[in-house]
Design a protein around this ligand. Structure first.
Ligand code: UDP
Length: 475
């Protein structure tokens, strides 16, 4: 063994799964050249899916050590935004992280700490110990690009994004991005804003930035970063593109495994490429009114469909993020008679569908997705064409690049009141599933699937990037 690599994730399922995969890869490389320790924290963001995933990971991955930090005795200030609280919690954990690193260092040389870029407030703890920091970005290079450029935008304008109503942001390497509503959490009057700015200034100070993407998926964006255009004032550290890294999170639906099996059997009974799959991540929700519009649009489209539907939590058509678990009441939510009328060609599953397995089924011909980065990678790896319907976090950036730059997705257009009406759902679903344009998207996605497979081949771009990363720890 040549030392230990410590991984410091945040406890959010969309960030955690791929960073643990990275840990497994590092440990396997050159017959366990490095040992890997993943730091686990206990905080209010730990949801049941995180607990279940960590339990499975620790039971099935004996080669990785999971080191749990003590439960925090300090509580975050009440009534603060999620982002502000997250930043605060990371700061509270700094003494515990320091202690953990000192303990690990007693028996092994810590060669590097790979931390989720959301852990930027912990950077001084690591650098004060003289340990190199590498940031991990579980989102694509598209969002990394924006995060690197955020400091520059901050210095260019004093306005909030939501006030730049007619402006499109010109960010190197990205298509023009409509400013208002892009990432509401990141506006300058938001409590969490200083936390995001801190990430933006910390990223360039690291020894390297590891991104869960692959060269040909985001080539223009990656080139802009590598050319130093996103950090005009300072050198950009090496970018290591090591994706796609995927694993499946665990089903949290009440009906669990049984319903998964029924879903997959139903899919297996459908004709090839006939089913459109609708799924909006582990957190995506719609208002009841929006759910009805989707149902009407699907029914009118005449297409076969599989729809993973989470419980609405608000009447607000712009509220799309919820951590609440629980099955929706389908009879109350869907238009009267909808389930009966569509029973021969549609299936609505409560809360959760086994997405990776669904996308791998021959019968699935299209995917309406919120463009969470894991979902993007999963659909690329399955070669399933998409309609992009971004809801929260960095998904609007992903949509812009997928629609405007790589032309891998069709857009779902929202009306001004925040609703996507049934006619738009019908139009996009039909276009994806039965038009000549849809065929072109399918072919493009198929090619990208081949590129994804090639990225991890012996001389593929991700293999080369990963080898450079590992070598950087001993050189
Ligand atoms: N997922 C799933 N079934 C669902 C919803 C989500 O398997 O019904 C999985 C999906 O395959 C992906 C992850 O949950 O691996 C969602 O991650 P993503 O980055 O796409 O979105 P997030 O949930 O972080 O917004």
């Amino acid at each position: 063994m040549e030392g230990t690599i410590v991984i410091y994730p945040i406890m959010t399922i969309g960030h955690l799964v791929s960073i643990v995969e990275l840990g497994k890869l590092i440990n396997l490389h050159h017959h366990h050249r490095f040992s890997v320790t993943v730091i686990i924290t206990e905080d209010q963001f730990v949801t049941p899916d995180v607990t279940a995933f960590l339990r499975r990971a620790s039971e099935t991955t004996s080669s990785i050590t999971f080191h749990k930090l003590p439960t925090l005795s300090i509580k975050p200030s009440p009534n603060r935004s999620r982002a502000a609280v997250r930043g605060e919690i990371i700061g509270f954990n700094n003494p515990n992280l320091l202690h953990a690193l000192q303990t690990i260092s007693e028996t092994s040389t810590v060669r590097a700490v790979i931390m989720d870029f959301f852990c930027a407030p912990a950077s001084s703890v690591v650098s004060d110990l003289g340990i190199p920091i590498y940031y991990y970005v579980p989102a694509g290079a598209t969002f990394l690009n924006f995060m690197l450029y955020l400091n520059t935008i901050h210095n260019q304008t004093t306005k909030r994004f939501k006030d730049l109503t007619t402006t499109k942001l010109n960010i190197p390497g990205l298509p023009p991005i409509p400013a208002p509503g892009i990432v509401p959490l990141m506006d300058r009057d938001e409590e969490g804003y200083p936390y995001f700015l801190e990430m933006s200034s910390s990223l360039p100070k690291s020894k390297g930035i590891i991104v869960n993407t692959f060269e040909s998926l985001e080539s223009i964006v990656i080139k802009a970063i590598n050319d130093g255009l996103c950090v005009p004032e300072a050198p950009t550290p090496p970018i290591y593109t090591i994706g796609p890294l995927l694993d499946s999170p665990i089903n949290q639906s009440v009906e669990g495994e049984k319903s998964e099996n029924q879903t997959l059997s139903w899919l297996d009974a459908q004709p090839s490429q006939s089913v459109v799959f609708l799924c909006f991540g582990s957190r995506g929700v719609f208002s009841k009114a929006q759910v009805k519009e989707i149902a009407v649009g699907l029914e009118k489209s005449g297409q076969r469909f599989l729809w993973a539907l989470r419980k609405p939590v608000s009447e607000d058509n712009n509220k799309h993020f919820s951590l609440e678990q629980g099955d929706p009441d389908l009879d109350a939510l869907l238009p009267e008679g909808f389930l009966e009328r569509t029973k021969d060609r549609g299936l609505v599953v409560k809360q959760w569908a086994p997405q990776v397995e669904v996308l791998s089924r021959k019968s699935v011909g299209g995917f309406v997705t919120h463009c969470g980065w894991n979902s993007v990678l999963e659909t690329v790896c399955a070669g399933v064409p998409i309609v992009a319907w971004p809801l929260y976090a960095e998904q609007h950036f992903n949509k812009e690049v997928l629609v405007e730059q790589t032309k891998l997705a069709m857009p779902m257009e929202e009306s001004e009141d925040g609703i996507v009406y049934a006619a738009e759902v019908e139009k996009r679903v039909r276009a994806l599933m039965e038009s000549d344009e849809g065929k072109v998207f399918r072919e493009r996605m198929h090619k990208m699937k081949e590129e994804a497979m090639a990225a991890w081949s012996e001389s593929g771009s991700s293999t080369i990037s990963f080898t450079k990363l590992v070598d950087s720890w001993t050189n």
